[in-house]
Design a protein around this ligand. Structure first.
Ligand code: PEP
Ligand code: MN
Length: 388
């Protein structure tokens, strides 16, 4: 009686429609090691590109060298990248160090040039992923190639737009695909440059299990202080790789200087990260199984209790209907909130969490009582009143 057909439809469309995706470990990184992409925000000069690349090539942990050749700038006065000239420097990086190269492409012309200069892999930037027309044009220009493509999340937190771009690329035959989580734009002041909203990359992993997600702590943080904790969180959430901005002299960088680190700092950061595996030994699995069965039991109890609470809510609804009493009684709601929050605080539950929980329970209770009062027989559509 209470199912929502809209939600069911959304749920039915959850999964990505992708074909022949090649697992990440077949085209990036070394077996048993988290892929690490590193390099400057922008390719600024041949000296800078080679200086950073030579230092990174000394670290076997580094799987690929990134650099922006065309830079999307918010205001027109900033450094907009060196363009085609820089592609030759990246070609030299690949030939001299063997590192795979990775650049941003934002138009079919960028793709054509990237292919001409033998760039190993490309990424679609956050400002492009938001635009299906452009993504489609870029995808068409990649048709017939087998080049790996990374898709950054769109600026706005819209998983479908992100997935749509990945699907557009796959539908022209791109099989080596990965998502890059670089955080989401927002207006208010916060510790982040781009809010991580971890629930979104998790949703991508859930809806597109074959698509690896690489975390880009540099663009999430916008500074160097939070990089390590974001990188650790990515590992803890089973993300599939890291991309970090690295410059041999960050203070002189022409773009994103506050968030770039040196190759030495990159290795310090890498070495403090605690790698985790998704499963443990037999003893661990057994103990985990016990915890999980306890959780299953508690969840079942929680659902039974909620169902009992809703039955009572319905009874109260009928009682109010018989006595012509309003549904919403603010004093009672205030009383409940104060009492439940203080009880929850005593048990170590956060105020925010319990408030949210109470609010959705209250919302559902009001909805049920409203149904009882106004259209006891149908499933939630407002009843029509024909006025004479
Ligand atoms: C970048 O990686 O330098 C960049 C411009 O990225 P984004 O599209 O995430 O802003
Ligand atoms: Mn950057």
């Amino acid at each position: 009686m209470f199912s929502n057909p809209d939600n069911d439809a959304t749920f039915a469309s959850v999964n990505c429609k992708l074909e022949n995706i090649v697992p990440l470990n077949q085209w990036l990184g070394k077996a048993g090691q988290l892929p690490l992409i590193a390099g400057p925000c922008s390719a600024e000069s041949e000296e800078q590109v080679l200086a950073v690349a030579r230092l990174l090539a000394l670290q076997p942990e580094v799987s690929a060298f990134r650099a922006g050749v065309w830079k999307p700038r918010t205001r027109p006065s900033g450094f907009e990248g060196m363009g085609e000239e820089a592609l030759q420097w990246l070609k030299t990086v690949h030939e001299e160090t063997g590192l795979k190269t990775l650049i941003e492409v934002a138009s079919p012309l960028h793709v054509e040039l990237a292919l001409r200069y033998g760039i190993s892999m490309v990424w679609i930037g956050a400002r492009t992923t938001v635009n299906p027309f452009l993504v489609q044009e870029i995808a068409e220009s990649l048709r017939g190639t087998d080049i790996p493509v990374f898709v950054k999340n769109p600026l706005n937190p819209d998983p479908d737009l992100w997935i749509g771009s990945i699907e557009r690329l796959n539908s022209v035959g791109i099989r080596k695909l990965a998502a890059i989580h670089r955080g989401f734009s927002f207006y208010r002041k916060s510790p982040w440059r781009n809010a991580p909203m971890w629930e979104l990359p998790i949703e991508i992993k859930r809806r597109c299990p074959s698509i690896p997600v690489i975390t880009d702590p540099s663009h999430i943080c916008g500074n160097t202080k939070l990089l390590a904790s974001v990188a650790q969180k990515a590992i803890d959430l089973e993300m599939d790789g890291l991309m970090l901005e690295v410059h041999h002299d960050p203070s002189s960088a022409l773009t994103d200087k506050q968030q770039q680190i040196t190759p030495d700092q990159l290795m310090t950061l890498w070495n403090i990260l605690v790698m985790r595996s998704s499963s443990g030994d037999e003893h661990f699995e057994l103990k985990l199984e016990q915890f999980r069965s306890e959780i299953d039991r508690l969840d079942a109890e929680l659902i039974d209790i909620l169902a009992r609470r809703m039955e009572l809510i319905d009874e109260i609804g009928h009682y109010k209907l018989e006595n012509n009493i309003t549904i919403l009684q603010l004093d009672r709601w205030r009383e409940i909130s104060i009492d439940r929050i203080s009880r929850a605080a005593g048990l170590g539950l956060s105020r925010h969490f319990i408030m949210q929980l109470l609010e959705i329970v209250h919302e559902e209770s009001i909805r049920r009582q409203n149904d009882i009062m106004n259209h006891p027989s149908d499933n939630g559509t407002p009843s029509e009143v024909h006025l004479p």
